[in-house]
Design a protein. Structure first.
Ligand SMILES: Nc1ncnc2c1ncn2[C@@H]1O[C@H](COP(=O)(O)OP(=O)(O)OP(=O)(O)O)[C@@H](O)[C@H]1O
Ligand SMILES: [Mg+2]
Length: 261
């Protein structure tokens, strides 16, 4: 278990990835983390905020336990809902135990609770815990679940960068717009929002390009359909091991260089 002293080690940059289901959020989050690792922008905290966790697979990390499982343990005992400082510290401790430690980064997987209990109060503790935890890292990369709920529930807290990921489809683009609108409506503290169009073979269809313009989305980069990603997926190789020359890696590296410049 890594000993964390909750001292800020410098400015932490929080980056999150959201968008429609199956557009490549997890894959691109892994490539973003890959970029940060190669640039030596360490340590990094990876957060798998998708209850159907698979960020670990993309990063080549075996996930032993999740936040959901820890909370289930606490919620089994109804009394534990009346939590005080001691219980909160205990939850903090239990959460620090489930942090998967890798070279240059740690992974925290949210998972999901199985019980019918109310997770509202513990969720607040988790949010506080992640905020405290984040200050121990140079960068935080959050892989969100598909859809809007994590935005409406404000589970990411404040963010420096939100990447909205879409495939080259009208539905994907419009989902990104809805996410952007919701962020504005709720007044979330997100400094920059960028659009990434993923899995583009050849060129972006002109209708998609027009829709992006019409909706005033902040297009940062177009990521090509990459046979190496498909090959890695089929062979069960983590996306972190993709070669520097892979078309998707080249484009994510370019995107990140722009974001961090
Ligand atoms: N640029 C790409 N080229 C080829 N295949 C890709 C690319 N990006 C993602 N994929 C593939 O698309 C599929 C979906 O990707 P991924 O799991 O990253 O999407 P997701 O948005 O995280 O999905 P979910 O909403 O289920 O969490 C995976 O099989 C992945 O390997
Ligand atoms: Mg995913």
């Amino acid at each position: 278990m890594r000993l964390l002293d909750y001292k800020t080690i410098g400015l932490t940059m929080k980056i999150a990835v959201s968008g429609k289901g199956g557009t490549g959020k997890t894959t691109l989050a892994a490539l973003i983390l890959r970029y940060l690792l190669r640039k030596n922008y360490k340590p990094i905290l990876a957060v798998d905020a998708d209850p159907n966790s698979n960020f670990g697979d993309a990063l080549g990390v075996k996930v032993q336990s999740t936040v959901g499982k820890v909370l289930d343990g606490f919620l089994k005992d109804k009394e534990s809902l009346a939590m005080g400082v001691v219980k909160e510290s205990l939850i903090d401790y239990k959460l620090s135990e489930i942090l998967a430690e890798e070279k240059g980064f740690d992974l925290l997987s949210m998972g999901q609770g199985e019980g019918p209990g109310c997770y509202c109060y513990p969720n607040t503790i988790i949010r506080n815990y992640i905020e405290k935890l984040a200050s121990n890292y140079k960068h935080v990369v959050i892989d969100n679940e598909a859809g809007m709920e994590h935005i409406s529930r404000r589970t990411n807290g404040s963010l420096d960068v939100l990447f909205l990921v879409s495939d080259p489809s009208m539905k994907g683009i419009r989902t990104c717009k809805k996410l952007e609108d919701l962020v504005a409506e709720l007044g979330l503290n997100i400094k920059k929002t960028y659009l990434l169009i993923n899995r583009v073979s050849n060129e972006t269809p002109p209708q998609i390009a027009e829709e992006i313009k019409r909706l005033s989305l902040n297009l940062l980069e177009i990521i090509p359909e990459d046979g190496n990603i498909i090959d890695h997926e089929l062979r069960g190789i983590p996306m972190l091991s993709l070669e520097e020359s892979s078309p998707s890696v080249i484009k994510i590296n370019e995107a990140m260089a722009k974001v961090l410049s």
